[in-house]
Design a protein around this ligand. Structure first.
Ligand SMILES: Nc1nc2c(ncn2[C@@H]2O[C@H](COP(=O)(O)OP(=O)(O)OP(=O)(O)O)[C@@H](O)[C@H]2O)c(=O)[nH]1
Ligand SMILES: [Mg+2]
Ligand SMILES: [Zn+2]
Ligand SMILES: [Zn+2]
Length: 399
């Protein structure tokens, strides 16, 4: 599989926090802050890189350079030994076994209000529960920071308080992805051995996608992403608005020419740069998802694949996915006049269409979710990617 060889190459792993491609020499160590053999000790202070790149204001002992291929090094200031390896760019602590297990960086992009933050929260929750059980996988935060932030900023408000999350603020480079570890025990010639994959999710602020300049500065991480999930809100498409369930609050009609298409164009330009040749289609897997499908449930034909129960077998179901792809393509033509479909087909070598509903029903006028989160097909785009990377089994079925 091309993706695995090209992107999983452990000799040049990508930092899951700042998406810099690292060589072993770009791995630094952080002093543990405990007294060294002669009693000297390093004091914690604010780490400027951690703050500049990830917006974290922690006071920590200093970082220093040493042989990043080794698991431990001695601090040159105090002499104490440490096993904490950090990225040379952002100074985040690298996950255990970093560089020895493949990492998959998945970027979530979409215009404002397209549903990215809700989608990411529900996807991760589903991975930890239902999808985990379906694939006998375990999923957990890879660092304390991710565990804490996911719980208090994302999962808690939505699942415990049934509150929708505020718009993701644009904060320049100072935003941090959530990093998880996905572990399965596939059957192999030597029995069942644990296999880990690091997953890094970067939730873009829709605001960052509104101009070319801000795409340039805020989306550089896209150049090193292994897959892109692009969310499109059908309520922004002229033809779909009339088919939405009665009473659905509609976003104001767009003034500009065609904002979802403009946004997609900026993302494409960035990805084209990394392929190096404008005449080659972009190889990065691109999952294009229409969100908030619950609003269109009644407008869909009763035989539509988007009204089937979501797949729950322990493999990615390629045949069901192709049915959904064909249906979404028809909807894109009906709702949007086919311009998004034409753009995707012309630029991407490996694109697939999906339809999802993260919430399962619309929140009320106060943005509260009565009746809980009832997701539909939220994991499909993600499982399609993991199937392509060889991380979960996939069955193609008839073609
Ligand atoms: N009906 C329905 N509404 C949804 C769904 N997901 C999101 N929404 C609505 O869309 C709004 C925006 O969702 P967010 O996830 O915050 O959107 P975003 O793309 O992160 O927006 P920015 O952070 O501003 O870029 C939510 O407040 C909900 O009202 C869904 O599955 N169904
Ligand atoms: Mg958001
Ligand atoms: Zn980094
Ligand atoms: Zn020290």
């Amino acid at each position: 599989m091309i993706a695995l060889d090209r992107l999983g190459a452990p000799d040049r792993p990508v930092c899951p926090y700042c998406y810099t491609r690292l060589t072993r020499r770009l791995i630094l160590f952080r002093c543990g802050g405990r007294p060294g053999p002669d009693g000297r000790r390093c004091d914690p202070s604010e780490d400027a890189e951690l703050r500049a790149h990830l917006g974290r204001r922690e006071h920590l002992p200093p970082v220093f350079a040493a042989d990043g291929r080794r698991p431990r090094a001695a601090c040159p200031h105090c002499g104490a030994s440490t096993g904490t390896r950090v990225c040379a760019t952002c100074h985040a602590r690298l996950p255990v076994n970093f560089g020895r297990i493949p990492g998959r960086l998945i970027a979530l992009v979409g215009a404002r209000e397209s549903g990215k933050t809700v989608f990411m929260t529900v996807l991760i929750h589903e991975l930890m529960h239902r999808v985990g059980a379906r694939f006998e996988a375990s999923v957990g935060g890879s660092d304390d920071h991710t565990r804490h932030r996911f719980r208090t900023d994302y999962e808690g408000p939505l699942y415990d308080d049934a509150r929708l999350l505020a718009a993701t603020r644009r904060t320049g480079a100072a935003r941090e992805p959530l990093v998880f570890r996905f572990t399965t025990r596939p059957r192999g010639p030597w029995g069942r051995r644990p296999r880990h994959t690091l997953l890094s999710f970067f939730d873009t602020a829709g605001e960052d996608l509104t101009t070319e300049e801000s795409v340039e500065t805020n989306l550089r991480y896209l150049e090193n992403a292994d897959g892109v999930i692009l969310l499109l809100d059908p309520l922004r498409m002229p033809g779909a608005r009339a088919e939405a369930a009665p009473g659905t609050p509609l976003p104001p009609p767009e003034r500009a020419e065609h904002p979802p298409l403009d946004m997609l164009g900026r993302v494409t330009d960035l990805l084209l740069r990394r392929t190096g040749s404008p005449s080659r289609p972009i190889p990065v897997p691109m999952a294009v998802c229409l969100t908030k499908l619950d609003v269109f449930h009644d407008a869909l034909d009763p035989g539509s694949p988007l009204r089937r129960p979501q797949p729950d077998a322990p493999y990615f179901d390629g045949s069901d996915s192709r049915d959904v792809h064909a249906q979404i393509r028809r909807l894109l033509h009906r709702w949007d006049g086919g311009r998004i479909d034409a753009h995707i087909t012309n630029h991407y070598a490996d694109a697939r269409y999906f339809g999802v509903s993260a919430l399962g029903h619309a929140p009320d006028a106060e943005q509260r979710l009565r009746g809980g989160v009832r997701p539909y097909r939220v994991a499909d785009p993600f499982l399609w990617m993991l199937g392509g990377f060889g991380v979960v089994p996939s069955r193609e079925g008839r073609s």
